[in-house]
Design a binder for this molecule. Sequence first.
Ligand SMILES: [Zn+2]
Length: 134
Amino acid sequence: MPIRTELPVSIQSRNFRDLPQTTGHITKIEFDKGDRTKNAMRFIGMGMAATFCAVFVPIAHWFLVPLLFVASWVFGLDKLKEMARSEGGKGPCPKCHKEFPIEPSTYKERITDTCSYCHEDVEILFPQPAKTEG
Ligand SMILES: [Zn+2]
């Protein structure tokens, strides 16, 4: 079962570094091995269905079929390595201080987003687990 946890994130302006950071929150989903396999199988399954449908598209099927086939395996197998995702969240903008939605994304150290009110480019800093030595 995927584990959902609500985490605090720091929001920083990309254009005005001297503005104080604000704190928002996101929902992190962690996948165990079973979830990752399920995600990958679902993605590959949909890719294969799309490949099958593309067989009936005149002329374009010459490149659509191999493209969809390869893409569904390449990106599907990539899902096996996806340990966690951010389901998005919200937080106050460092510039206009209005609460804006944070887009869903892969879970990494930092992502960039845009305030939906003042269109300020912001950086969302996710908390990282403490790295173990060795
Ligand atoms: Zn803003």
